[in-house]
Design a protein around this ligand. Structure first.
Ligand SMILES: Cc1cc2nc3c(=O)[nH]c(=O)nc-3n(C[C@H](O)[C@H](O)[C@H](O)COP(=O)(O)OP(=O)(O)OC[C@H]3O[C@@H](n4cnc5c(N)ncnc54)[C@H](O)[C@@H]3O)c2cc1C
Length: 436
């Protein structure tokens, strides 16, 4: 996805763009070897949707034609935090939900339609062609493919750090936050009365339970259901074990959805040990005519669904910096991409640090934000404005500072006060509420 986005941006600035891909790409919507995460739930955030539809105006139309589901993330979704569901309301920007293979192949077809972009597939990049100062292209088993600008978008397994060391240059400092996540996914047939018509369920893991799950309505009238667990937890693949795991989640919605649903296809499991951020923006020396992009810079704990949208935001950063010319491009791009990554990284890492097993600095700021977020979520059970403010940050449409606007802080603390008075008077609110 990052490579496709980068190529689309480059096509506005260069005569010819070549995408080199190791897999033999078939024009179908099936998972492929180079993207094993494609078998698991993949949501695109509102921020990513907006950028992708700017880059590819026909994208949503094409996705819907292929059966993707149009949904408003808050109005059609059940987001469970602090034991109850966020208050439902329209966010004003519905988006499409599709499997990763359908989304990727639809984006790819749009890229294939761009006249000056070519694909070289079934060719693995072995090394970068380097003349001692600048990268001149890539070396594949089939020979050198030359370029005036080369971008590494080979994902989390990017070999750029090793390669930099091999040519005697420093490699980027790496931040690693262990999350020890296990993802298990199954697809089920969707029935018209499932979840009373809702199309999204998100049950994040609690620091104590460490288990969560997500269900998203997809093309082919199916549900993708991904169950996950941290630090030794995780769902088995067999159907009975999978359903039993869903029953053990803090909320029953996914269990109710799948307990007598018809399974489709084979289950899949993937492990994600750690979020990794490579600090290219801090390097003092870096080869000319070369950039790194997407997961190759930073790959996040996937439960926050940020990766593709952050790649799209990096696409905007690339466009801005190319508009400013080619001098010093790497430094300018990495600085801008670093700014783009700061928010989703702090959201993901800050939330992961709620788990005692997560290794990382629990600064006063992180503890304060997590304390406040729990109160915000509780307020959001009844307060549509608080719920929407949170969703806009989670969807990377607004910065986290917006959650500290006086109007939101006032709502959060007056809700806290009312609940405390209610508790003291013996009034308890419904633990689980999906009221709109
Ligand atoms: C389990 C899981 C669930 C996720 N869920 C979400 C989600 O819900 N929402 C979301 O936005 N993001 C999610 N992500 C992250 C998302 O998949 C990535 O952020 C996104 O795909 C962008 O990654 P990328 O394009 O940089 O790398 P990748 O998607 O890994 O693509 C790398 C590409 O490079 C090719 N390649 C690799 N090495 C070579 C080589 N040597 N030569 C030629 N080609 C090569 C690969 O074949 C592949 O096509 C999830 C990730 C995981 C692991």
């Amino acid at each position: 996805m990052a490579g496709l986005i980068a190529a689309r941006v480059l096509s506005e600035f260069f005569e010819k763009v070549t995408i080199v891909e190791r897999d033999n790409l078939q024009n179908n919507n099936l998972p492929r070897r180079g993207v094993p995460q494609g078998r698991h739930a993949h949501g695109i955030l509102a921020s990513g949707t907006e950028i992708l539809t700017d880059l590819f105006p026909d994208l949503e139309k094409e996705l819907v034609k292929s059966g993707a589901v149009y949904a408003d993330v808050l109005n059609d979704g059940r987001w469970y935090f602090e034991g109850a569901c966020l208050r439902r309301s329209a966010t004003g920007r519905p988006g499409v939900m599709a499997s990763r293979p359908l989304l990727e192949s639809t984006v790819r077809r749009q890229v294939q339609n761009v006249d000056n972009i070519d694909f070289v597939t079934g060719r693995s990049i072995r090394e970068l062609a380097f003349d001692g100062q600048a990268v001149k292209g890539v070396i594949t088993e089939g020979g050198i493919i030359g370029a005036n600008l080369t971008i590494d978008a080979t994902g989390r397994g990017s070999k750029t750090p090793e390669w930099l060391r091999s040519i005697g240059l420093p490699s980027p400092a790496e931040e690693r936050v262990e999350v020890q996540l296990k993802y298990t996914t199954r697809f089920f047939k969707r029935r018209s009365n499932d979840l009373d018509g809702d199309t999204i369920v998100l049950i994040p893991p609690t620091p104590e339970g460490k288990r969560g799950g997500v269900a998203l309505a997809q093309e082919d009238r199916s549900w993708v259901v991904t169950l996950f667990g941290h630090f030794g937890h995780g769902a088995p693949e067999d159907l009975d074990g999978f359903i039993a795991y869903a029953k053990g989640l803090p909320v029953n919605d996914i269990y109710e959805l799948i307990r007598d649903a018809e399974p489709v296809g084979e289950p899949a499991t993937i492990r994600f040990p750690a979020s990794v951020r490579r600090r290219y923006e801090k390097l003092k020396t870096f080869p000319d005519a070369f950039l790194v992009f997407g997961d190759a810079i930073c790959s996040f704990n996937p439960i926050y669904g940020q990766g593709m949208s952050v790649a799209a935001l990096q696409g905007l950063a690339l466009k801005t910096e190319l508009t400013n010319g080619y001098d010093n491009l790497a430094r300018r791009f990495f600085n801008r991409a670093g700014n783009v990554i700061d928010t989703p990284w702090s959201v993901a890492v800050g939330t992961d640090l709620r788990m005692p097993e997560t290794v990382g600095k629990r600064t006063f700021g992180v503890k304060l934000i997590n304390w406040y977020m729990a109160k915000l979520h509780r307020c959001g059970h009844n307060d549509a404005e608080a719920a929407r403010a949170f969703i806009k940050v989670a969807q990377l449409q607004e910065g986290p500072e917006t959650l500290f606007r006086p109007s939101i802080v006032r709502r959060v603390f007056s809700h806290e006060l009312r609940s405390r008075v209610g508790r003291e008077n013996g009034i308890t609110s419904a633990r689980i509420s999906t009221a709109s």
